[in-house]
Write a protein that binds this ligand. Structure first.
Ligand code: BGC
Length: 232
C-alpha cells in the first residue's frame, strides 16, 4: 500500500493536567510531533471536547483513538474521578464522531499505555503515575478489562491514588512518594506474580530507587502510540 493510501490515526490522551495529540501511521509510528494543551478546569465535557477539537484542527487524519482517565465501556464513560461527574454515562466516542466526522474509538488511558508497551508474553502489569494512578493487566498480550487499582485500598486507609497520585507527590515530596512506590511495587509483585511491571505516566520520571529486575519505566509517549491498537 502506498503511503498516501495509509489511514492516519489521531491519537489523543486526555490527562488530568494536559491533553496531548499525535498523528500515527498504520504501524503506530508518529507522523507528527506531539502537541499539548492544558486540560481545562473544571474539566467538564464541553470544554475538554473543545480542547480536543482545537488540537485536531491542526492535523490531518482519517480516524481517532482516545485515551480517557476513567472506566470506558463501548465508548461510554463510566468513571471520571479526576475530571468531572458530568462525564458519567456520556458517549464520548459518539460526541467526537459527530463533531469531527471521523470514526472514533475511546478506551481507558492505562489500557492504551499498555497496548503500546506490553511484549505479549506472560503476565504483564502496567501502572501509570500521573494525576491519577492507572492500571492495566495483560495475559499473553490480552487485556483483562476494567482493572481499577487506583481506587483500591493500599495503606493507612488510603488508596493507591491517594498515596501515589500527583497531589500526594506535591504534598509529601519525592522522598516519601518514592518509599511508598517501592512498597506498592513489592505488594503488587506478591499479588500478581507478574513477569513484567511496566511503569508509565508523567510522574514516572520522579522514581529515584533501583527498580526490581522485572520492572521498567516506559516512555510517556506510549500513552499515545498504543492508540493504534484500538484499530487492530
Ligand atoms: C482512573 C483510571 C485511570 C487513572 C490514570 C484513575 O483515577 O480511575 O481509570 O486510568 O486515573 O489516569
Amino acid at each position: 500500500m502506498k503511503e498516501s493510501q495509509q489511514l492516519r490515526t489521531l491519537a489523543v490522551d486526555i490527562g488530568g493536567s494536559g491533553i496531548k495529540v499525535m498523528v500515527l501511521d498504520e504501524e503506530g509510528n508518529p507522523l507528527s510531533d506531539r502537541h499539548r494543551l492544558k486540560t481545562p478546569h473544571p474539566a467538564k465535557p464541553k470544554k475538554v471536547i473543545e480542547t480536543i477539537v482545537t488540537l485536531a484542527e491542526q492535523q490531518e487524519y482519517e480516524r481517532v483513538s482516545v485515551g480517557f482517565p476513567g472506566v470506558v465501556q463501548n465508548g461510554v464513560i463510566k468513571t471520571a474521578v479526576n475530571l468531572h461527574d458530568d462525564w458519567l454515562d456520556r458517549n464520548l466516542a459518539n460526541s467526537l464522531e459527530e463533531i469531527l466526522s471521523k470514526p472514533v474509538k475511546v478506551a481507558n488511558d492505562a489500557d492504551i499505555q499498555g497496548f503500546g508497551a506490553v511484549s505479549g508474553k506472560g503476565v504483564e502489569l502496567v501502572i501509570t503515575l500521573g494525576t491519577g494512578f492507572g492500571s492495566a493487566l495483560f495475559i499473553n498480550g490480552k487485556l483483562v478489562p476494567n482493572l481499577e487499582m487506583g481506587h483500591h485500598p493500599f495503606r493507612k486507609k488510603e488508596t493507591y491514588e491517594e498515596q501515589l497520585g500527583r497531589a500526594a507527590f506535591e504534598k509529601h515530596g519525592a522522598k516519601k512518594w518514592n518509599l511508598r512506590l517501592e512498597k506498592a511495587i513489592s505488594h503488587l509483585d506478591r499479588l500478581f506474580s507478574y513477569d513484567a511491571l511496566l511503569i508509565g505516566g508523567g510522574e514516572a520520571k520522579q522514581i529515584e530507587f533501583d527498580l526490581p529486575a522485572n520492572a521498567k519505566i516506559v516512555p510517556n509517549i506510549t500513552g499515545l502510540l498504543g492508540g493504534i491498537k484500538l484499530w487492530s
